[in-house]
Every structure is written in structure tokens, then in C-alpha cells.
Design a protein around this ligand. Sequence first.
Ligand code: MN
Length: 727
Amino acid sequence: MRQYDLVEKVRSYNPDTNEDLLNRAYVYAMKAHGAQTRASGDPYFSHPLEVAAILTGLKLDDATIVAALLHDTIEDTEATRAEIDQVFGHEIGALVEGLTKLKRLELVSREAKQAENLRKLLLAIADDVRVLLIKLADRLHNMRTLEFVPAASRRRIAEETLDIYAPLAGRMGMQEMREELEDLSFRTIDPEAYGVVKQRLDALAEKNRNLISEIESQLQKNLQKNGVVAHVYGRRKKPFSIWTKMERKSVGFEQLSDIFGFRIVLDSVEACYRALGVVHTTWPVVPGRFKDYISTPKQNDYRSIHTTVIGPGNQRVELQIRTEEMDRIAEFGIAAHAFYKDGIGSPTEMLNRESNAFAWLRHTIGMLSESANPEEFLEHTKLELFHDQVFCFTPRGKLIALPRHANVIDFAYAVHTDVGNSAVGCKINGKFAPLSSELTNGDEVEVLTSDAQSAPPSAWESLAVTGRARAAIRRATRTAVRDQYAGLGRRIIERLFARAKIEYADDKLKGALPRLARASIEDVMASVGRGELKASDVARAMYPDYKEERVARYGLKKGLADKLKAAQPHHPARATAVIPVGGTGRADLPIKFAPNGGAVPGDRIVGIVTPGEGITIYPIQAPALKDFEDEPERWLDVRWDIDETTPQRFPARIRVDNVNEPGSLAQVATVIAEHDGNIDNISMSRRSPDFTELTIDLEVYDLKHLSAIIAQLRAKAVVARVERVNG
Ligand code: MN
């Protein structure tokens, strides 16, 4: 088939076809596939072209034909959905994308051996019935050219066709398509059986050749005699249907009626009944074979009169009597049904009328679900339910069904609670994506997890769609927050005990639980961490004679204060005395450190004298020093005096921008503890939904120690930024 032939074929049934559109699609697809070839060695483009040709046989609209030409471009070439939208419009873009999705789904579920679900999934996923029609045509052409595929894959493809696509075609009322798919599959799966049936069928047909034309002409003649204009033709049954009948009923095939059926096609319903009258008065009727599906159509809208008579040559003759429209619907099913209903205009108009093409599929399935067969009913009822779901896959092909609008968080929890709790990222169809991404049918989702995350961010609770995920997130975050408080509480208690030089032991605390009115040690720790319970109360509950420590660290000795006071008038410019800071000899000096940032050995420092209080040590970079610029008399030169043999700690403050997730505070605290820093105080503020700002007052040995801790913190994934704070 050539470009011109395709356009001509479409024009033959659709005079209003957009030839330019068809031509552009032809050229676009041909260029996109370029030098790609099929297994047969043919240019790849021959495939989409043949698929389009099959669909012209169903007289489908321009969008369907164009989408058929483009159906493999997104998956197999450089083409993108955006580009197709741009060049051919959104409608065609959506159709091509639908086919791309089905193709991916097919690959995934094939690995998973979930073929039995695939047919249902196809129905659930295709949101436009035309996607299914193109998919079936695609499969039909692939089956027609199956001989070129490596033998190993052939059987699998054929089985899949027989299991999924042939019944799907039948379900959609497309009997001709179903039969061809079945036969092509049968030939591949069981060549021997196929050969036997085919041979016998050929022999019987040959033997009855004259009889067949005799029957055709006698029927025609008798109808004509009675003024009925009819088209009569014999139709050979297909090897697969003969084979299944043989298998099902364990019978052979002998008679003409086993291999041939006859059709009488007329131009009106009235003519059908007249033809029936002629047939029944001309030949004896075989009892029990008469069915009137015109007055009572089948649920899939199939209409026809069936009867069997003993005809010429004493042969049983199976007859189907129907109008042309009924014939078309019986052969083309949804395709015919969709576009040729009485009183409805062009195919495109028909589809446009259904603003949501999805409604078409719903309608069809609804129609089918009225089936009398309870099994079938159940199946279609399920399909209805599927429309509210999305089907996704794990990388190993496990099917995960989720409600519509579900995202990766829901997916992760559906896989396993642990996967949800430790999820830190994901790939959808191989590409990195946010965890909040809404999933679409057929997505393959890989959840990336981290052992470092034991609990999810609490914000997920409002992001998750499924109850299961929400409940799990709530549970996990509650536990995580509690754990964090408990950890903090434990550190506070341990420090207090260390300072008081008394022994802390869990057992001892256990004994004190009733006095503290707490149920467990964890409860106590969490309460202390939250500030609901004072660490000293815990100590007193454990050791009734415990006395709360009185901290009078930097008490001012009277003599020094006087000395400082007295010194001021005489040294208006600047105090020049070098006062040692730190060291063992500091007991006499009322020294404290910058309240908002501290100072550590290694910092260049100055002292600021506050009469009545003492000296405050600031690093020279501290912005707070600006406040004292106008009072040079308060400035004092100081230097560090550290005794290396008795390490001492000094205060410093850092600010940490933390990714806002439970467990991240614990990670920060752990890093500091592991590197021998003491946390004196932590305050938290939420800077944005994503980050928490922590202000941490530390006690460290010196600048080197502080820098090491900062460097370690910066190495943590949960830490976005660390800065030292200078008052
Ligand atoms: Mn294809």
C-alpha cells in the first residue's frame, strides 16, 4: 500500500477526509521510523501503514487512521507526545499515548505472567475505544507476519493473542477480527491439529463445491421468485472454530453444515421475515435450531435470524438472515456500531458527540454486562469497578491496584508498610519523579528506600490518597516523634546524672515509674524530652535524697568587681590587661561567653566588661560587638589559656537547615553525639514546608572540634545547610 492508496481508501468511505492530515501523518511516521526494519527485513514503516490499512477496512475516522500510522512512534522513535500534539492535535496525541501505554503494560505484565488480567486491564486502561481498535489491528498485523519472528517468541505471542486479543475482539463484537486472530494463533500453537483440520476442511469443501453453489443459487432463486431481493453467500467456517467444537463435543466433522454457513443479507427487517417465510416453506426446518435475534437482540447488540433447514442434496443448511446494517455490526462490532448507527452523521461527529470518548467504552461494557450469563455479568461488573482504579506495576511485575488519583506514596504503602516508611524517592517508568506524582495506568514504579529513614514526613499524611497509607503514616510519624522526644529526654537525663555524679540505670528508673506516674521508661524519657517532666524530678524519684544542683558558675567575686569598676575611669580608651580565658586558673574570673553564639578556643576573642557582672567573651567576628563600639572603655584584651591535659568545653551555636522529616533531628543529634559534642539546647522553627531550622547550642573543645562537627553535619543527606552563629 502506498500513500496514495491509503488516502483513496479513506476517501472511498469518508468523502470529507482531511487528506492533508493523512499525508502529513504518513510522511511523519515514515521519517520517524527511518531506517528501522521489521523482523521480516521490511522497512518498519510498512507495519503502521498496514495497521492503518486494516482500520480503513473498518471504515474508521481520520484520527484513528492517523493514530494508527503513528502508533509506534512515541515508544520506538524520537517522537514525543508533545510533538505529536503540536503537529497533529491533542486528540491524536492522546490516542498515540494510549497505545504507548498499552504497549508498556503488555511488556510488564508479560514478565509477570499476568496475561489473564491483561484483557481486563486493556479495557480498563484504554480511555478511548479507538485505542483498542488500533491495538487489535496492530496485533492482527503482527500475527499476520508472525512467521518472521524468532520461533521462541512465536508461541508466546500466539498464546497471548488467543487468550487476550481474540476474546477481546469477540467481546467488542468484531467477529471477523476474532476469527482471524484465533486462526493465526491456532496455526502457530498447534500446527499439527491445524494441518489436520485444514486438510479435511479443504477436502470437504472441494467435495461439496458444486453443492455450495447449488445451494446459493437455489436460495437466491426462491427468494427472487417471491419478490425478495437478497444477497446470498456461503461462508466457510474457520479451522479454529471447528477444532474447538470437536474438542468440546468430541465429534468429528462430516457434513456440509459443519464447515459451511450461509447468509441471506437483505435491505430491511421486513424483508428478513419474508425471506424466513420463503425458506421455511421451501425446505423442512430442523427442530430446535430456530432463533430470532432480531426481535430479541443479543446483549452485544447482535441481531440476526438463525435457522437450519434440510436443503438441496438433503444437506443440513445453516442460515443467518439479517439486514446489511446487522451484518456490519456482526462483523465489525463496536467499530461499525460506533460509527454507523442510524441517524448519526460522520464517524468524527459521532465521537465528538460523546465528549468523553471513554463513555463509549462504558456504554459498551454496560451493554455487555446485561448479559444473562452470570459469569459474564460478574466479569463485566468488575470491569466497571476497574474504571475507578489505576493499575501499576512493581519493577518485578507485581500488579498493584490503587484508586484513581493515587500517588507513589500510596503505591509504596500498598507494596509494604516498610517500603512506605523508608521511601525517599522513586522512578516512574525509569524516570526519577516526586513521590507525590499521581500514577496512571500501566506505570511501572520503582520506590527508592533508605535505611536512614525510619519514618515518613508527617506531611505525607495529607498527600496520601488511600486509607491504608494514611493510617500507616500516622502510626509511623507518631512513633517517630515520640522516639525523638524520648531520645532527647534520655540525653538530658544522662547529662544531669553525670553532672550530679550519680549512677543512672534503667532498672532503677523502672522502680520509680509509679512515683512518676508513667507507664514505661520510654514514657518518662519522652515526657522529659517534651518538657512535661523535669529531669531533676526523675532524679529525685530515683534517689529521694537527690538535691537539685545549684549552678553558680560565674559568680562574681566582690574584689574583682570593685577593681574593674575602679579601673574604668583611668582607662577610657581600652583595657590593656590581658586576661586569660579558660584554663585552671580562671576560678577568680567572672567570665561568661557571648550569650548568642559563644566562643571557642581557636576563635580570636575580645572581652566586654559589664560592671556588676563580669566579662563576656566574644569572637571578634560577632556582630553583637557593634553595640559596644561607643563604649571603648568596656573592651578588654583577652587570650585563651587552655590546659591541654584537662579538656574543657566551650559554648558555640550553630544553625542547621534540616530537611523536614521525622528522624532528621535524630540524625543531627546523633552526628553531634558521635563526634563528642554536647548539645545544650535545641530550638526548632519551621522555615518552609520542606525545611526545619534548628538552632543548636553546643559545647565543644575548640574550633577544630566545632569545624569537624559542622563538616560531619554537612555530609548528611537530611542537612541542607550548616552555619556557625556568632551572636
Ligand atoms: Mn505496532
